[in-house]
Structure formats: C-alpha cells, structure tokens
Design a protein around this ligand. Structure first.
Ligand code: FE2
Length: 184
C-alpha cells in the first residue's frame, strides 16, 4: 500500500497550533522548507507530540517540513531518495481541491536533481508516467515518497501541509506504518 488515511483525534488543535509556526514571509509563496532546528521546535508542540505518541512514531521522526502551494501550483513529479521513505502529511486547513497524485514511470527515464540543501530527488517528466492513484489532501495521510508523486493545488486558495518525515531504514518505524496501513 502506498497511501493510507490517518485519523488524528486532535487534528483541529494541531492545525491551529502549526499554522502559527509558519513565518509570515513564507505565506502565499510556493515553497517546501524546513525551519531551523525543526526537530526540537516541533517536539515542543504538545498537541503534535501527543499525536505522534499515539501513533507510536515519536522516536522515528527525522524531519518536519512545510509545503505551501498557492492556487494552480504543483510540485514536479518526483521521488524522494535517501533516508526518508514514509511521510505523514497533515493539511493545515481542510479545503478540498488539492491532490496527491501517484505515478508509475513506464520507461525509467529520470533526472537526478540535487538541491542546495544537499537533498537529492529523482524528477520525472509527465510524458514518461502513468497516473495510478489520486487522493484529495483534506485528511492526514501516510504515503510512500519513493513512489513518483506530485501534489497539485487545483483550489482557489493557498494549500498548506505539514510533512512529517520518518526514517525508512528503521525497520520498527516501517513495521508500525505497515500495520497501520493494513488496518485501513
Ligand atoms: Fe516528495
């Protein structure tokens, strides 16, 4: 399974606390960014920590990022490479019309891109890909970031998500996420 919905009891509180953390100068601008010392910062947000403890994943978080997509913007189709495989994405408002799309690449043609922060990803052209799954991002969800994917905002407003990245090389974390996915 590449995607599964995650029910968080305290979602509304998480949304209201997390939206406050975003620097004002980042709002309204297309970006995917990590705040400095993000592990420490986000561990201090009790509602978020409680949700991760409830999922038994508090010890496996390796990074917290924000994704901000203004209307009609999307990420390139890509695969995240390296130590982050699973992501828990939490929409910070519940507004329909933003979609996670998963693909297969049928001819294997990819471009390797290295970002200024050292992270590497594989970029895919849409003509090399077949769409296999589409999910509206109105609920929190786990998904496998090693599958070619994009997030596309087809709504009329900015879409903001918190991306919680888990360590794929830790079998315990992988096991917990797989168990969760099988129950759904
Ligand atoms: Fe990604």
């Amino acid at each position: 399974m590449n995607w599964s919905e995650v029910k968080l009891n305290n979602l509304a509180e998480i949304q209201s606390e997390l939206i406050k953390v975003i620097p004002e100068n980042k709002l309204g601008i297309f970006s995917l960014f990590y705040l400095p010392n993000n592990l420490l910062l986000f561990s201090s947000i009790k509602v978020l920590r409680d949700a991760l403890v409830h999922l038994q994943l508090q010890n496996y978080v390796r990074g917290f990022a924000f994704l901000i997509l203004p209307p009609s913007t999307k990420l390139p189709i890509h695969q995240d490479i390296g130590k982050f495989k699973w992501s828990l994405n939490i929409p910070l408002q519940v507004i329909p019309g933003c979609f996670l799309k998963l693909y297969t690449n049928f001819n294997g043609i990819v471009e390797t891109v290295k970002l200024p922060d050292g992270n590497i990803f594989h970029k895919h052209e849409s003509e090399n890909c077949n769409l296999i799954e589409v999910h509206d991002t109105i609920t929190p969800y786990f998904f496998n970031t090693s599958i070619p994917h994009t997030v596309e905002n087809c709504s009329e407003v900015d879409q903001i998500q918190l991306l919680i990245r888990f360590d794929s090389i830790d079998p315990a974390a992988e096991h917990i996420i797989n168990e969760h996915n099988q129950k759904r």
